[in-house]
Design a protein around this ligand. Structure first.
Ligand code: MEV
Length: 315
């Protein structure tokens, strides 16, 4: 049997970084996907192939001995092989249309798709277990992960997320449309999160005050999302961007992208870890932004929020 699972990438509308410290965040799943195809094989190896290369590893090797980029997939396969008492190996093929290191949840979507695809090989498609496994897998390369990105990839739609409390779905009448602008400055989430931790430790009062302000902003943003008040949501995004600048995760290039795009959209901010990656701008459905997208030097994507999260298929 071949098991195929696909999982969406994400944007963070509000609360990235603050979510690492028990605050709320609002995330949405987007129509860009990672797909993982897995099969049981007749040798003792875990075979991984992806656009980042190939690897063949004996299934009883330590996860830490594996090249970092392959660790989450090796971890998932190893966990499920052991849990199910399987005496052979697994092949895993990872394909993704989500840009890597851009703040769009590529690594989480790949972890979720891998956990779902391999779990399904053993007849299990329990969302809670797949989510737990994918978060643990992501922690092999990013120990401080809040788990927010994997959660929205499993469940889809727009979610409110808090580390200890978990998630709840936000019911909106509108699907919401965004233009994503990729600065093509690749960032490493773990390094940016470490930098914010340093900022927090050196500026405890400022950080605590920013957490409270972010909290109030999220309450306001949720209200305007429910009322489909795009103008206010855009303003809240612009305000969130100011908080992100204050914790030091923006830069001049991102700011110049934001200044330009917010003149023709409701509002814009970085999404995800920042320090590079993507800017998201809230747009009116069907609005014509071609004058910008045809002339900018940056890669742009129109995305909408996807109600469906991970999906599993057999073939
Ligand atoms: C990364 O997409 C979002 C961060 O808040 C880290 C996390 O939530 O794990 C920066």
């Amino acid at each position: 049997m071949t098991s195929i699972a696909k999982a969406p990438g994400k944007i963070i509308l509000f609360g990235e970084h603050f979510v690492v410290y028990e605050n709320r965040a609002i995330l949405g799943a987007i129509n860009k996907y990672a797909t993982v195809t897995s099969e049981k094989i007749n040798t003792d190896n875990i075979l991984i192939s992806s656009s980042l290369g190939q690897s063949s590893i004996k299934k009883d090797e330590e996860v830490s001995s594996v090249e970092k980029k392959f660790r989450p997939f090796f971890y998932i396969a190893k966990q499920l092989i052991s849990k199910n008492g399987f005496d052979k190996g697994i092949s895993i093929k990872i394909e993704s249309e989500i840009p890597i290191g851009a703040g769009l949840g590529s690594s989480s979507a790949c972890c979720v798709a891998a956990a779902a695809s391999i779990s399904n090989l053993f007849g299990n498609t329990n969302e809670k277990e797949i989510l737990e496994l994918s978060i643990q897998a992501e922690k092999t390369i990013f120990p401080n992960s809040s788990g927010a990105d994997c959660t929205v990839s499993v469940h889809g739609g727009i979610i409110e997320y808090q580390k200890e409390k978990g998630f709840s779905k936000i019911d909106t009448k509108n699907e919401f449309n965004f233009l994503i602008i990729d600065s093509e400055q690749i960032h490493a989430t773990d390094k940016v999160v470490e930098r914010v931790k340093k900022f927090k430790n050196e500026n405890t009062n400022v950080f605590t005050e920013l957490c409270s302000e972010e909290e109030r902003l999220i309450t306001k943003a949720l209200e305007s999302m429910k009322n489909n008040d795009l103008k206010t949501i855009g303003k809240c995004m612009a305000q969130n961007q100011i908080f992100l600048e204050q914790i030091g995760v923006s830069n001049d290039e991102l700011l110049s992208i934001i200044e330009e795009i917010e003149m023709i959209t409701f509002g814009a901010k970085i999404t995800g870890a920042g320090d590079g990656g993507c800017v998201i701008a809230l747009t009116e459905e069907g609005s014509d932004l071609s004058e910008y997208t045809n002339t900018t030097k940056y890669q742009t994507y129109h995305v909408s929020i996807q109600k469906t999260g991970m999906q599993v298929f057999n073939s």
